[in-house]
Design a protein around this ligand. Structure first.
Ligand code: PEP
Length: 258
């Protein structure tokens, strides 16, 4: 990391009901406060299911917790006859700061293509939140040696439709698909190389200010054992964490390292 405030984001995926979510948030904040964690130096954000967002909001507001939270996906439409969808305004009204967009599991299990992902990013920005855009190559692209072009291309597919002001609000999560939930963490060099390539592309598409503003997270089998080395890379500004974010002690440890 560097001058940018690191962000440690826990993607709970489809885990924890609202009672479990409430318990988790209380435990995490207790652990962090007990360790005199400096919430200004490193930001912590949780991404519960839609069904838990209201409970998390009530808890965070009542106890003045310095925890941010957001949703794991969003509808591209604003309202109407779209059964089962949740709009960006609905998410924003729950005090969410962020929405994860284009996670590889959404790209795989739902019809979320590039056009849909661009529209989600637009919807999140229009509602005054920040999108965490997930990109990253599969093992096949890495085998072919095109992993950097692939990840940068996925970012570019979104940023080419944004203006400078919008681009500056983006957060990018570089998550190589082969590393997600597999225990095969990328090396710090691999994470740095990808984050650097993405930042360079932002500088080329926009300017150095945008490139220096956008936080680029690494995601894929992050634990308290590998977090310190990864965050020591100059272009890695934090983590998007799946499995390890389900354990409050582990997540608190990672936040303290970041
Ligand atoms: C993720 O799904 O965003 C992720 C990085 O998962 P894990 O940490 O479990 O690899």
């Amino acid at each position: 990391a560097s001058k940018r405030t690191p962000l440690v984001a826990g993607n709970w995926k489809m885990n924890f009901n609202h009672l479990e979510a409430t318990y988790f948030v209380q435990k995490l904040v207790w652990l962090l406060r007990d360790a005199h964690f400096d919430f200004k130096r490193c930001e912590v954000a949780l991404f519960p299911s839609f069904t838990s967002l209201r409970s998390v909001q009530v808890l965070v507001e009542a106890d003045k917790m310095h925890i941010n939270y957001g949703a794991q996906s969003v509808s591209v439409t604003t309202q109407g006859a779209f059964t089962g969808d949740v709009s960006a305004d609905m998410i924003a009204s729950l005090g969410c700061a962020y929405v994860i967009v284009g996670h590889s599991e959404r790209r795989k299990y739902h019809p979320e293509d590039d056009a849909n992902i661009v529209d989600q990013v637009r919807a999140v920005l229009a509602a005054g939140m920040q999108p965490i855009l997930c990109v990253g190559e599969s093992f096949e692209e890495r085998r072919q040696g095109i992993e950097l072009d692939f990840a940068v291309g996925q970012v570019h597919d979104v940023t080419r439709d944004l203006n400078t002001e919008e681009a500056a609000k983006l957060i990018v999560a570089y998550e190589p698909v082969w590393a997600i939930g597999t225990g095969m963490v990328a090396t710090p060099q691999t994470a740095q190389e990808a984050a650097h390539a993405i930042r360079d592309d932002l500088a080329a598409t926009f300017d150095r200010t945008v490139a220096d503003t956008v936080r680029i997270l690494y995601g894929g089998s992050v634990t308290s054992k590998n977090a310190a080395e990864l965050i020591s890379q100059p272009d890695v500004d934090g983590f998007l964490i799946g499995g390890a974010s389900l354990d409050a002690e582990e997540l608190a440890k990672i936040a303290r390292l970041a």
